[in-house]
Write a new protein. Sequence first.
Length: 303
Amino acid sequence: MKLGIAVTDFSWPVATGDIASTVTDIAHRADTAGIDSLWVMDHFFQIGISGRPPESPMLEAYAALGFLAGITTNIRLGTLVTAVPYRHPGVLIKSATTLDVLSGGRLIFGVGAGAPFDPQPMGQATSFEAEGLGIPFPPLARRFEQLEELLQIAHRMWSGDETTYRGRHYELARPLNSPNSVQRPHPPILIGGSGERKTLRLVARYGDACNLFHLPGSGYADDLAHKLGVLRRHCDEAGRDYAEIEKTVTAALDLDADAESLLDQLKALTDTGIDHVILGPDGPWTPARLDRIIALLPEIHSL
């Protein structure tokens, strides 16, 4: 099993000027210990599932990943996940490619349709980042159409195909991408979400990894065996080898449990068919929490 950590809560009891050193410490420890991946959310306000208010500190994802790329050597880096309306596809693929080049080929390109619902306007007191920052956020059905076009554009730009792209939502006259990615044919594409009719179909057609949810009590707790069965059927229909898809899960495990219990939780995920567990703790990462995971890393990798 691969193990990743998601740094999604920046509310350490430190001054703003000390956030960088705190993030650096976590990244260095994870990198040198051999943790497989390091992730940030692509959010501008903190989200409700964290239990924190929207005003809680939140770093922009691609600036943060650029910083992380510069202070690490081996660990893979990615977003869980970029919401398709937040950036024009051409700019997004250019940003992602730059990260892959400057990190020496360590990017995992995480993308999705955004919120799995249509947020209602709230005005001045909004907790929703798109409304708050004035970012157009189309209805979910349209966002799925945009997501598929983004995936088509990504494959085109990473393949070096500069011919004009004309879709329903995007038109790129010359999708030039120079320099192109270090990873060939392209950085791994992780598509986040567990929708059975659209998201998992897109994984089978365009993705290299899925990302499901194991977040009990949050409203995001998938029946993992069922979802993987749906993905397998979509792969069969698309003529895709199911084994080619890396099965990842964002998981909230009891990191304060004893070692045997924590390993049992991870083994249960492996037995379900999960290849890569990305841990997001309740609250910010602390040295003690990270030390517990690092101490178990050899046993986790052997699962």
